[in-house]
Design a protein around this ligand. Structure first.
Ligand SMILES: Cc1cc2nc3c(=O)[nH]c(=O)nc-3n(C[C@H](O)[C@H](O)[C@H](O)COP(=O)(O)OP(=O)(O)OC[C@H]3O[C@@H](n4cnc5c(N)ncnc54)[C@H](O)[C@@H]3O)c2cc1C
Length: 728
């Protein structure tokens, strides 16, 4: 078994419908279709020797390995929790659970650094790390790798730093394209997107695919400039901004995706394309929030740069001196969240923690908030009501509130430390919380008490340990001035006060049942109350629950259909695949780690199904189980494969006729095939609208546009930027 049992339920549920023959799967070592040694050699020659056959770096710790070397192992042990170290290794990742913990560093007594006493006995193996790596340094390397892997039916992953929470940069039996060694950084005073009829120029930075946030910022500091980067210094720019990208600057200056001006991408078919608002604008839209590792391999990005602001950094640390102050603590948490819209409007943005035993001795609340170009006295004024409350409750809390101001952002940011990674297993839940959802302090207190740490570390509020709650008050409320319509992350980000993460960890080696129960606890008991608190929002693709239900809608909202079309356009062979990424429904990851085509999916198999037969969520979150639970009669519907049915159910709109929606874009497909929409339960009858890309029906309606039906060409009057793409 290649996967930890933690994932067995996920994998086996995904496998229920899969009766894939080997030919439906990618090719794996020992399969007849796996490329021969001479094939790999020829491939290496075509790459001018850039192919690596990797070994897990911690193999030096294992006496059974030929490269055993205690001195080298002690260095790896000292670096294992450092994300910058993992970024510099061709295969190592921040969450080695996704590589089946197959070769974590061990002490001489055989216990792993993450606490598994049997790790030495289990030994070191490749696990789910890639079999080969292209150490890419040119567009040709990447194009050749993608084309070759497609022709040989070999799974491809793309790794930059290896930060992905759901292990998207690793995969069993894969060929990895490692982008770390694309190293160029260029400051540009007068950038203009290629071929764009746009007036004026932008201050910008051209950053190659291997650049991390801290590297970009250090370079910009030399030009008294900033770019928006992640809160954690070592996060890679490309994986971060393609999924949305928040950071200490993002409320004021926009999300990472908002700031992308242009990118160079190698598509899975090997084309090297420029994507900007005027060229390949669909691709530009897709990589501005629609996820990394999906539409192609990005070689470089051009992002907007700004003059560095004067930066104030404020820290607040609240502790509870007594162990049993639970009610007052949660009341305070409710109060602080109700205050946050005011703080945000006043210019504060940043990250906060709600933690209890055993991470901290008693309940604590900590934040680090940034303010830019604010006059003296701003922090004091913003903090006055909060300090008044803390003083009133002095019997229950101690607190420290400090701030410093520096002339530049870099002066503050350069002191930031990487968060620790690879410390064992961890399950994450994610939710975007709007100001409205946090406006009722009593309700907030109740929900956070339900999902937060308990008083007693011996009776944690989780199957194994107390959860830690992380708040990210960093969402960008404003549409960017540049290309506001070309953003594909969930629109709920624009009305988000805080992105919220719930985390529960466990040491390596605990029983699989416990790991499974932690995942279930996070999805069902910890994140579900947040979903109920903010039902109209979504979750963050980059920092997601690995089991997020109905993930397509949760991550991308109304953009999913269009993203799916773009994926199919640029990657018709589904060469790039990652977990809960756009278009990933076409494959399922089996118990043995293989990726196999899901049978009966869309155009591949039109066999009729009866929804009621399946009680599991079998298509990676598309809501099958829910449909059954909610009593919907989904008879004879061919797999619509997206969330559409569920959504309709939620809207109370019942579509009378089962329509074959086989291309992942039901509206478009139906329209093309001449299907007529049935009457909806609200009594409205919809005509077939003429063709198009099928993405913007809602929008057009909302704008009161009367789009002409008929010939598939006549869209009626153009409505600005949204139609620019079409006009082109
Ligand atoms: C310690 C830590 C702190 C974090 N802090 C933040 C934060 O402050 N803000 C935030 O928004 N997120 C944060 N994240 C989440 C982070 O945004 C994601 O993990 C992101 O995907 C990392 O991208 P990467 O390129 O560094 O990582 P990788 O794991 O290398 O890649 C992540 C994904 O992007 C794809 N990808 C990478 N490079 C390319 C490329 N050149 N072309 C196409 N696809 C590519 C990969 O295939 C993979 O699917 C954090 C994660 C960690 C582990």
């Amino acid at each position: 078994m290649r996967y930890l049992s933690a994932f067995i339920s996920y994998l086996s549920s995904s496998s229920i419908l899969v009766s894939a023959s080997r030919s439906d799967c990618k090719c794996y070592p020992n399969d007849a279709c796996w490329p021969s040694k001479s094939d790999w050699d020829a491939f290496n020659t075509s790459l001018s020797g850039a192919l690596i056959q990797p070994i897990p770096p911690a193999s030096v710790c294992y006496p059974s390995q030929h490269n055993h070397n205690e001195e080298a192992c002690s260095i790896i042990r000292s670096q294992w929790f450092n994300s910058s170290w993992h970024a510099q290794d061709p295969i190592s990742i921040d969450y080695p659970i996704w590589a089946n913990n197959s070769c974590n560093p061990i002490f001489p007594n055989g216990t792993s650094v993450t606490g598994d006493p049997d790790a030495g006995k289990k030994g070191c193996s490749l696990g789910n790390y890639p079999v080969y790596v292209v150490n890419a340094t040119s567009a040709e390397h990447v194009a050749e790798a993608l084309k070759w892997a497609g022709s040989k039916n070999v799974r491809v992953v793309v790794k930059n730093t290896g930060h992905s929470f759901p292990g998207r940069s690793v995969g069993y039996g894969s060929l990895s394209i490692w982008t770390h060694n694309f190293r160029a950084i260029e400051y540009i005073n007068d950038f203009k997107p290629i071929s764009c009829p746009i007036n004026g120029t932008q201050r910008a930075a051209r950053l190659a695919a291997g650049i991390t946030g801290v590297e970009a910022q250090a370079e910009m500091a030399k030009h008294d400039s900033i770019v928006v980067i992640g809160g954690n210094p070592s996060v890679g720019l490309v994986g971060w901004l393609t999924g949305g990208g928040h950071g200490a600057l993002s409320t004021t200056y926009g999300m990472g995706a908002d700031n992308l001006l242009e990118a160079t991408i190698v598509t899975p078919t090997g084309e090297i394309l420029t994507a900007n608002p005027c060229q390949n604008s669909d691709l530009f839209f897709a990589i501005r929030g629609g996820g990394g590792g999906t539409y192609g391999v990005v070689l470089e990005v051009v992002v907007k740069a700004y003059s560095t602001p004067q930066t104030t950094f404020h820290t607040l640390a609240i502790g509870s001196p007594a162990p049993n102050v639970s009610k007052e603590y949660w009341d305070l948490i409710g109060f602080l969240h109700a205050e946050m819209p005011r703080l945000k409007a006043g210019g504060m943005q940043g990250y906060y923690f709600i933690v209890g035993p055993p991470a901290t001795p008693t309940y604590s609340f900590l934040w680090g908030f940034y303010l830019y170009d604010k006059p003296n006295g701003t922090v004091e004024a913003l903090m006055a009501p909060i300090e008044a409350r803390l003083k009133k409750d002095a019997a229950f809390f101690t607190y420290q509130s400090n701030h410093t101001t520096a002339p530049t952002f870099w002066d503050v940011f350069k002191e930031s430390q990487n968060e620790l990674v690879a410390t064992g297993g961890a399950a994450y839940g994610s939710r975007l919380l709007s100001p409205e959802s946090l406006g009722d302090s009593e309700r907030t207190a109740k929900v956070f008490k339900e999902i937060g740490p308990s008083n007693d570390p011996l009776k944690p509020n989780g199957p194994f340990s107390n959860p830690v709650l992380l708040g990210h008050m960093i969402a960008s409320p404003n549409e960017p001035s540049y290309y506001p319509d070309a953003v594909s992350f969930h629109p709920a980000w624009r009305k988000t006060l805080a992105h919220f993460i719930v985390v529960e960890g466990w040491p390596e080696g605990v029983a699989p049942e416990i790991i499974r129960s932690v995942y279930t606890d996070i999805t069902s008991n910890k994140t579900e109350p947040l979903r109920k608190l903010a039902p109209d929002t979504g979750a963050y693709f980059n920092e997601c629950d690995s089991f997020e239900p109905e993930w397509q809608t949760a991550f991308f909202g109304p953009h999913y259909r269009r993203l799916r079309q773009i994926k199919e356009k640029y990657d018709p062979g589904a060469i790039l695949w990652c977990r809960r990424c756009v278009g990933s429904e076409v494959y399922t990851e089996q118990e043995d780690g293989r990726l196999c085509r899901v049978k009966g999916y869309g155009p591949r198999d039109r066999e009729k199904r009866v929804w009621g037969d399946y009680s599991e969520d079998v298509s990676a979150g598309s809501g099958w189980g829910k449909r059954k639970e909610s009593g919907w009669n989904h008879k004879a519907i061919e797999d619509v494969n997206e969330n559409d049915w569920h959504k309709r159910a939620e809207d109370g709109n019942e579509w009378k006729n089962a329509i074959d929606a086989v291309d992942g874009n039901p509206w478009h497909g139906r329209s093309e095939e001449g299907h007529s929409w049935a009457r909806r339960s609200d009594g409205e009858e919809r005509q077939i609208w003429s063709a198009g890309d099928g993405n913007e029906w809602g929008k057009r309606e909302a704008q009161g546009q009367n789009w002409s039906p008929g010939d598939g060409q006549n869209w009626g009057p153009a409505v600005g930027a949204e139609d620019m793409e079409r006009a082109n």
